[in-house]
Design a protein around this ligand. Structure first.
Ligand SMILES: C[S@@+](CC[C@H](N)C(=O)[O-])C[C@H]1O[C@@H](n2cnc3c(N)ncnc32)[C@H](O)[C@@H]1O
Length: 267
């Protein structure tokens, strides 16, 4: 298992405490999905299901549709399995979307707050495109460049020698990858959400408990020591106060919908 998968697996039982933002994103995303009456009982694949924040909403919107949930973190898939168990139509896959075997074809692929972890995105999207039936729909929300911009900027300033090497994709890069994967009818929206935390300490603990501090976007090759972390936290408290007496952190979300062109149609 990759270290990111292990980190998310360990975070499965504490993820939902800070997931208000993810619930908001999932609710907005569901509103962009196909009309349930027209969609009928088509097959759905959810990528990066986590603890099932979006899964819950999918079951409400498409109660009769077969739904396969996939996540590379076993602990996350266990949470969804505990909730939905043997419910009719539910299927569970522990796997990395970039490499796992997936042989079924589906009519709708959805993903909320997950695909920015599945880099390189162009290859991931090309795989997803191949799993969609003709005229199938792709609906995803993912975090893009600018997310946690306050933290990343402050960290570069306060501890310049320990900057993470990774970065989130820009919105244009995501949209270019969607196009080059062969999707048509691409529509997108960007939302910037300013999340509130009681303090920098609360903010750091919350995102850590959710597993969001894994990976090359957050981690430098040499980790921060306790003294550096305390300094970063103190500076954050001073620099990013909000009107509620806590601190704010920005999340920039790209919502994208697209269609797999019907066989024989020109793109
Ligand atoms: C921030 S959580 C979002 C979970 C859920 N969709 C939500 O909205 O709360 C990201 C999830 O994506 C999963 N994930 C990240 N990269 C993945 C990959 N390459 N393949 C499958 N799952 C992945 C993680 O294990 C984690 O559970």
């Amino acid at each position: 298992m990759s270290s990111v998968a292990q980190r998310f697996s360990r975070a499965a039982r504490t993820y939902e405490r800070g997931a208000g933002l993810h619930r908001h994103v999932a609710a907005r995303l569901v509103g962009m999905m196909p009309d349930p009456v027209k969609f009928g009982d088509g097959r759905i694949l959810e990528v990066g299901c986590g603890t099932g924040v979006l899964t819950e909403k999918l079951r409400e919107r498409y109660p009769g549709a077969p739904l396969c949930v996939m996540d590379m973190a076993e602990g996350m898939v266990s949470c969804v399995r505990e909730r939905w168990g043997e419910a009719p139509g539910m299927d569970y896959v522990v796997g990395d979307v970039r490499t796992c075997e997936f042989t079924s074809m589906v009519d709708l692929i959805v993903s909320s707050s997950a695909l920015h972890w599945a880099m390189p995105l162009d290859q991931t999207l090309a795989r997803l495109r191949r799993w969609l039936n003709s005229e199938g729909v792709f609906c995803a929300a993912l975090m893009i460049d600018g997310t946690l911009g306050e933290l990343h900027g402050l960290r570069r300033q306060v501890i310049p020698g320990k900057t993470p090497v990774g970065r989130l994709p820009a919105g244009e890069e995501v949209l270019a990858a969607v196009q080059s994967a062969g999707f048509a009818g691409v529509c997108s929206e960007v939302e910037t959400i300013q999340a509130h935390y009681r303090s920098a300490d609360d903010f750091f603990r919350t995102i850590h408990a959710q597993g969001l501090t894994a990976g090359s976007v957050s981690r430098a090759p040499r980790p921060l020591n306790r003294k550096e972390l305390t300094r970063l936290m103190n500076e954050y408290d001073l620099s990013f106060r909000d009107e509620k007496g806590g601190v704010l952190a920005s999340f920039v979300v790209l919502y994208v919908t697209a269609v797999a062109p019907s066989v024989g149609s020109r793109q």
